[in-house]
Write a new protein. Structure first.
Ligand code: ADP
Ligand code: MG
Ligand code: MG
Length: 535
């Protein structure tokens, strides 16, 4: 990707009248026509603003940055300007949030549906199997979660071919960036207040984004429902976390509700946790009212049995789990695929209009025991994505985990034979998913081996969002490249027995990544935080 520093903007144009026209036809990111000095000034201002306003992540070049707050910070990767996004699609995505919240809740209550849908997956996927074991134990003891808190994020892409807003996935555990996402919207608003006139852009077209404060409010309400003023909110975090400031944004808001927050790793919870006879969870002697997971979604979060026993301990307790094991399972890709089958949504939702709205955003989703679709995918692999039951393989994630990724790759080189290595290495590079030629290779391999491993995956229609030019900021350098974007809508759901206390859409997150990043290569994982400019 070229850098803006070397961008030849060409003529410095008269901005007033001409930029006004450009704002209608090609409103954003047409910085080609803008004076280069002005672009450089915006970049400078944006970097200063980010540092002053906590739009930061740990800097991987500084060893302690993932452990000690205040050490080794760098601005979070961000787009210089917000992405143009049609208001109608934005409203559609927002409207879906409370419906998905309700859907997750209903699905979570159907233990048999979760177990049955994941039976085949369980045989081949050790991680999902462990989650299901915890879930089974809860079914056996007839564990009831009277107070249920969901902090979800449903992700969408706008498919250029069909002109439909299609769901990528629904995250029910550890939804990242409610904090930094809010701040990126503020950064963009601030830039447009300053430079909008020159750019022909209006800062008011960036929709309000209160994800972090609404999530904090939901947590505080859950804490209130739990009704133990001395109890704390516990964030389950990875022991090394470069995205800690996003999490701290949320926790610092908890303080405004007079709620104390503690941060623990799964290993610490195993060491310090105990369960009182009445179900109270104590960690380090403190009663816990809400357990908020920002770890525990990936196999690497459970390096030993201790972490699993911590997870079980929390699940057995009366603390409000965000998410509970059932909410977690309801957000797996396999369940997403099951819900897309005919007549399944009808089991969980009553309102016909809601069902129609949800169905409209479903992309094609299939399990691999559908021989016809497997043949089609072998024939035209570029039209499909193969997904394992994993979380957090998104490109942003890789930015923070590059060192682990390298280590992982080396381990792969040592342990796996060449053929297997090739497929796996490439899918790891693009997150957990498999694209393009690798879809064909993997499907053929699975077919040949005739093993049950196919149950570890689902097939999904590949969505093709339109590309646009973006200015992506990373490490203080601006890269200009073609990019695609993914819109996430946060939703909060809080229920106490029959009473729904909160069921709302809570802000958004736009993520923009260079469009070639699926195919791997050096730039793999180059994605930035972004916001929306409504058109
Ligand atoms: P994760 O839980 O790892 O984030 P996702 O389903 O979100 O899993 O996939 C990771 C990334 O892969 C997404 O952010 C998106 O960029 C891309 N992706 C996923 N599904 C599709 C699809 N159907 N079409 C195109 N890209 C997709
Ligand atoms: Mg996910
Ligand atoms: Mg995702």
């Amino acid at each position: 990707p070229s850098k803006v520093g070397t961008l030849k903007c060409g003529k410095v144009r008269e901005m007033e009248s001409q930029e006004g026209v450009a704002a209608i036809t090609n409103p954003m990111r047409d910085l080609e026509t803008v004076d280069e000095d002005l672009v450089q000034q915006m970049i400078y201002d944006a970097l200063v603003w980010s540092s002053l306003h906590g739009l930061v992540v740990g800097d991987k070049n500084v060893q302690r940055s993932g452990r000690t707050p205040g050490v080794g910070m760098v601005h979070a990767p961000f787009a210089l300007l917000p992405l143009s996004f049609p208001e109608s699609y934005y409203s559609q995505a927002c409207e879906l949030a409370p419906i998905f919240n309700e859907l997750v809740d209903r699905v979570s209550l159907d233990g048999n549906f979760l177990q049955d849908s994941l039976t085949r997956t369980k045989k081949v996927d050790a991680f999902t199997s462990r989650l299901l074991d915890i879930h089974s134990k809860m079914l056996e003891i007839n564990k009831k979660e009277d107070i249920r808190l969901g902090l979800h994020r449903s992700d969408y892409m706008l498919d250029e071919h069909t002109k439909l807003l299609l769901q990528i996935e629904l995250n029910t555990i550890s939804c990242s960036f409610p904090g930094l996402g809010t701040i990126v919207s503020e950064l963009h608003r601030s830039l447009l207040i300053h430079y909008g006139e020159h750019l022909g852009l209006d800062s008011k077209k960036i929709p309000g984004n209160s994800s972090v404060s609404r999530f904090a409010e939901a947590m505080a309400k859950a804490w209130t429902e739990y009704n133990n003023p001395r109890a704390v909110v516990m964030v389950v975090a990875q022991s090394e976390e470069r995205n800690m400031y996003d999490q701290h944004w949320l926790c610092s808001l908890n303080n405004t509700y007079n709620v104390t927050t503690i941060r623990k790793s799964l290993a610490e919870i195993d060491m310090q946790g105990e369960l009182l006879p009445d179900g109270t969870l104590l960690v380090g002697g403190q009663a816990v009212s809400v357990v908020y997971f920002r770890a525990g979604y990936a196999p690497s979060d459970y390096p030993s049995e201790s972490e699993w026993s911590a997870r079980l301990l929390m699940e057995q307790s009366s603390a409000i789990k965000c998410p509970s094991i059932s909410y977690h399972l309801a957000g797996t890709k396999k369940i997403q695929q099951e819900l897309a089958k005919p007549n399944v949504l009808e089991r969980f939702l009553d309102n016909k209009e809601d069902i129609a709205k949800v169905r409209k955003c479903f992309a094609g989703l299939w399990s691999l025991d559908d021989a016809e679709i497997v043949s089609k995918a072998i024939e035209r692999p570029e039209l499909y994505v193969m997904k394992p039951q994993r979380e957090g393989g998104g490109p942003i994630f890789l930015i923070f985990t590059l060192p682990f990724f390298l280590l992982f790759t080396i381990i792969y080189i040592i342990h796996w034979w060449e053929h297997c290595f090739r497929t796996r290495f490439r899918y790891f590079i693009s997150g957990n998913n498999i694209y393009g030629e690798d879809v064909r290779e993997t499907l053929l391999r699975l077919k040949k081996e005739g093993s049950e491993e196919d149950a570890a995956y689902i097939l999904m229609q590949r969505i093709f969002p339109s590309e646009s030019l973006a200015y992506l900021m990373r490490d203080g350098v601006c890269h200009k490249d073609q990019a695609i974007s993914e819109l996430g809508i946060y939703g909060a759901y809080l229920r106490s027995k029959d009473k729904v206390i909160m069921n709302e859409q809570c802000g958004y997150l736009m993520r923009t990544k260079i469009s070639s990043s699926n195919e791997g290569g050096v730039a793999a994982g180059f994605a930035v935080l972004d916001s929306i400019y409504l058109t």
